[in-house]
Design a protein around this ligand. Structure first.
Ligand SMILES: *[C@@H]1O[C@H](CO)[C@@H](O)[C@H](O)[C@H]1NC(C)=O
Ligand SMILES: *[C@@H]1O[C@H](CO)[C@@H](O)[C@H](O)[C@H]1NC(C)=O
Ligand SMILES: *[C@@H]1O[C@H](CO)[C@@H](O)[C@H](O)[C@H]1NC(C)=O
Ligand SMILES: *[C@@H]1O[C@H](CO)[C@@H](O)[C@H](O)[C@H]1NC(C)=O
Length: 264
């Protein structure tokens, strides 16, 4: 082998060596690239899964929020219902205690065989302070109203105390369906203008009168003869108990009849 030849061979071997070096470099770069791609794909899957879970959580949260809102509304409704029932119960209790207090005032004698029961009213009549009251749903003139009350063994109501006015005002205030939906009471000045008398002819006690402000005003709009019969009512109840209005006796209105409660 000449020197030149051996040199050439040496050169070729070196070049071959370099080529094989480059080949392995390319291979490892490919592997790295593949690995990176796999990692990226895995990351994408994880991100997708996470964002899907996040979306689901948000949806669940919204559902829970809606449910909570609905329950809050139900609670408010239940509270209102509870309040209404409490009021009903209070009313019933006061009726009951008026019964017990009357029994306490007149305790039955030990020797008495007959059982003295609480004062009672017929169906559709309300008991208060030993009296029964009827609040009509139909509309009649003052005279017609009084006749119907009398036909039931009663008369148009006579208001003799602040407590009685409070009871009636509260009842009527809840029964009225519009502003002028007043109830006739047993008070009139048709015998002598300006002299208000109860149905038993007793004069109205001015310290026990509950005229609404500026009443009686004797307007002549509904009837040129003026207003000579009294009615009462303030929707929701009058805060100051003043809920009486004079009105033409010929107008048709609802009525309050009153009679003594039955005992024994
Ligand atoms: C609210 O009340 C209604 C009926 O009163 C019921 O059908 C509904 O399921 C209640 N909602 C919740 C969230 O309790
Ligand atoms: C309260 O009583 C009135 C009549 O006395 C009745 O119409 C109403 O339903 C009652 N309310 C409740 C919540 O019981
Ligand atoms: C009410 O008005 C009528 C008709 O104008 C009248 O006759 C009557 O005297 C008046 N009553 C009072 C108390 O002013
Ligand atoms: C009028 O009512 C007041 C308050 O209840 C009472 O003190 C007074 O005795 C009554 N007057 C008459 C004449 O009945």
């Amino acid at each position: 082998m000449s020197r030149a030849q051996s040199y050439k061979e040496g050169e070729a071997a070196a070049s071959q060596q370099a080529e094989s070096n480059t080949g392995s470099k390319v291979r490892s770069e490919r592997v790295a690239l593949l690995l990176l791609s796999a990692l990226l794909a895995a990351a994408a899957v994880v991100i997708y899964r996470l964002s899907f879970a996040h979306f689901q959580t948000n949806k669940n949260l919204q559902m829970l929020k809606d449910e909570n809102e609905a329950m809050r509304k139900n609670l408010t409704m239940l509270k209102d219902e509870n309040e209404a029932m409490r009021k009903n119960l209070t009313e019933k209790l006061s009726e009951l205690s008026s019964c017990t207090s009357e029994q306490l005032i007149r305790p039955k004698p030990a020797e008495a065989k007959t059982t003295e029961s609480c004062p009672t009213c017929e169906l559709d009549w309300d008991l208060n302070g030993g009296k029964c009251y009827y609040f009509s749903t139909n509309y009649l003139t003052w005279d017609q109203s009084r006749s119907v009350c009398k036909g039931q063994g009663a008369d148009l109501v006579q208001i003799n105390s602040e407590e009685e006015q409070r009871f009636l005002d509260n009842k009527v205030g809840r029964k009225m369906t519009y502003f002028l939906d007043w109830f006739w009471i047993g008070l009139t000045d048709s015998k002598e203008a300006g002299r208000w008398l109860w149905v038993d002819d007793s004069p109205l006690n001015t310290s026990l009168s509950f005229w609404y402000k500026n009443e009686p005003n004797n307007l002549t709009g509904e009837n040129p003869a003026g207003e000579h019969c009294a009615s009462m009512g303030a929707q929701g109840g009058a805060t100051d108990l003043k809920s009486w209005f004079d009105r033409s006796c010929n107008v048709a209105q609802r009525r309050i009849c009153e009679k003594a409660a039955k005992t024994g």
